[in-house]
Design a protein around this ligand. Sequence first.
Ligand code: DC
Length: 214
Amino acid sequence: MSKPAIVIAIDGPAAAGKGTLARRLAAHLGYAYLDTGAIYRAVALKLLKQSIDADDTPAILAAARSLDPDELNSDELRTDRVGEMASQIAAIPALREALVEFQRTFAANPPGGAPGAVLDGRDIGTVICPKADRKLFVTASAEERAHRRYLELTGKGEQVSEDEVLADLKKRDERDQNRATAALRAAGDAYLLDTTNLGIDEAFAAALDYIAAR
Ligand code: DC
């Protein structure tokens, strides 16, 4: 039998730098990468396109079941409107349940025969892969995260103010942290990485030290 895949779980609030870090770690280690937020966003995008409400659970579950992995790479997923809808539907326990198996299968059998997988999201270290080999909880102050998200959005031509972005981010943090199911929180055994004053290279080096040290 081949060795079990190494699993690295990366959780944290919106715009903390998890995605950039996770992608870079996966490339460095030769592991597969899954952005689990993209799954919630892809379902959200389908709902927005089909004018389905955020409380129509049967239609939301149908949209989740018809999801094609190719839909996870669309640029359309990255808007704030889609992120807001994703955060709303992510509070529906039946939707979370419907998405568990896909995420666990990815972690246990990384595509392309990779020896490991990096998954980022909100509940990877707590719910999806509680036995992950390494767990990181990546944070930054709300102001710093809003600043980064503002630069990202305006860089893509979206017309937003930094105050609006900060207000949206706080609303999303509040919802993600206080929902009844799989709320955003650090696993007890996670390494806490605060990137408020760290550039991406420093954050990457700190994450790699933690991964190598254990
Ligand atoms: O990481 P992101 O901003 O792309 O995630 C969008 C929303 O999806 C986020 O506000 C909460 C939800 N989400 C979740 O509940 N659980 C995950 N594992 C990933 C994302």
